[in-house]
Design a binder for this molecule. Structure first.
Ligand SMILES: Cc1cc2nc3c(=O)[nH]c(=O)nc-3n(C[C@H](O)[C@H](O)[C@H](O)COP(=O)(O)OP(=O)(O)OC[C@H]3O[C@@H](n4cnc5c(N)ncnc54)[C@H](O)[C@@H]3O)c2cc1C
Length: 231
C-alpha cells in the first residue's frame, strides 16, 4: 500500500475548515490532511460581541470540531490542537517541539493577531461570563472603538440594560469607518434614539484597569475631544 502524503493546514477557522471540507473528498486517496489549530473548538467570532453582553448562550459560539467536516471522508483528516511556531521547507514545528512533515502547506491563520496561546472552550466561556457579569453590575459602560465590534457591544448593552449609561468613544468622526458614510448616519441616529452617548475623541493615555475590581481608572484617562458629541 502506498503511503499517503500529508497536507498540513494551519488554522481551523472559517477559511481552514471550508478548505478542508472541499479538498479532502478530492485528495483523500493520495493525501491525508492534518489540521493544526490552537483552539480546542472553532470560534464563531461573529457572535463574540453579543456573548460578551448577553448571558446564557456563550457555549454556542465555540463549535466542536467533531463533526466539522461533513464532506470529508472518515479518517481523511486529523486534528491536532497546537501552536505552529516555525515553518520549515518540509515541516512545521509546534510549540511543544513536535515536527509535522508536509508535502503541501496551507496557512489559514487569519489576519488578526489574537494571542498565540492554546484555548479551551470552558476557559473561553468563562472569559465571556466574567464580561457579561461585569457589564450587568456596572452603571456606566464605556466602549472604546466604533467599528462593528464596539458598536454591537454598545448597542446590545444599552438594549439589554436601558437604564445604564452607555458611552461609545470613537477616534474619528465616522463610525464604522470602513463602510459608506451613510452607514454612519444610520448608526448615529439609532444610537441617539437608544440613548447611547457618542464621543468622537482620541484617548491619549492608556486606560488603566484595577486588577482587583476590574474598574477603569478615571484619573489616568484623558479624552481629547474631536469637537462633536451626541448630547
Ligand atoms: C465581531 C466580528 C464579526 C464579524 N462578522 C462577519 C460577518 O458577518 N461576515 C463576514 O464575512 N465576516 C465577518 N467578520 C470577519 C471574519 O470573522 C473574518 O474575516 C474571518 O474570521 C477570517 O477567517 P479566517 O479563517 O481567514 O481567519 P481567522 O478567523 O482569524 O482564524 C485563524 C485561525 O488560525 C488559528 N491560528 C492562528 N495562528 C496559529 C498558529 N500559529 N498555530 C495554530 N493555529 C493558529 C487561530 O486560532 C484561528 O482559529 C467578523 C469579525 C468579527 C471580529
Amino acid at each position: 500500500m502506498t503511503q499517503l502524503k500529508t497536507i498540513v493546514v494551519v488554522g481551523g477557522s472559517y477559511a481552514g475548515t471550508y478548505l478542508i471540507d472541499r479538498l479532502a473528498p478530492q485528495v483523500h486517496k493520495t493525501h491525508q490532511i492534518v489540521l493544526i489549530q490552537k483552539n480546542s473548538h472553532m470560534h464563531h467570532i461573529f457572535a463574540f460581541p453579543r456573548i460578551s453582553v448577553v448571558q446564557g448562550f456563550e457555549q454556542k459560539a465555540f463549535v466542536p470540531y467533531t463533526n466539522a467536516f461533513h464532506a470529508a471522508p472518515a479518517q481523511s483528516t486529523t486534528i491536532i490542537q497546537g501552536i505552529v511556531k516555525t515553518i520549515m521547507a518540509d515541516c512545521v514545528v509546534l510549540e511543544d517541539g513536535q515536527d509535522i512533515p508536509y508535502e503541501y502547506l496551507v496557512v489559514a491563520t487569519g489576519t488578526g493577531r489574537p494571542p498565540l496561546a492554546l484555548t479551551s472552550k470552558l476557559d473561553e466561556m468563562q472569559t465571556r461570563r466574567v464580561l457579561q457579569q461585569r457589564i450587568k453590575e456596572a452603571n456606566d459602560v464605556v466602549v472604546v472603538g466604533g467599528g462593528a465590534y464596539g458598536l454591537q457591544l454598545a448597542f446590545d448593552a444599552k438594549e439589554l440594560y436601558p437604564t445604564k449609561n452607555v458611552t461609545l468613544i470613537h477616534s474619528t468622526i465616522q463610525l464604522m469607518p470602513r463602510f459608506h458614510p451613510r452607514l454612519h448616519e444610520i448608526v448615529t441616529s439609532r444610537a441617539t434614539a437608544l440613548g447611547i452617548r457618542l464621543i468622537f475623541a482620541v484617548i491619549r493615555h492608556q486606560i488603566t484597569r484595577s486588577r482587583k475590581s476590574g474598574r477603569v481608572s478615571e484619573g489616568r484617562r484623558q479624552v481629547v475631544d474631536q469637537g462633536y458629541r451626541s448630547r
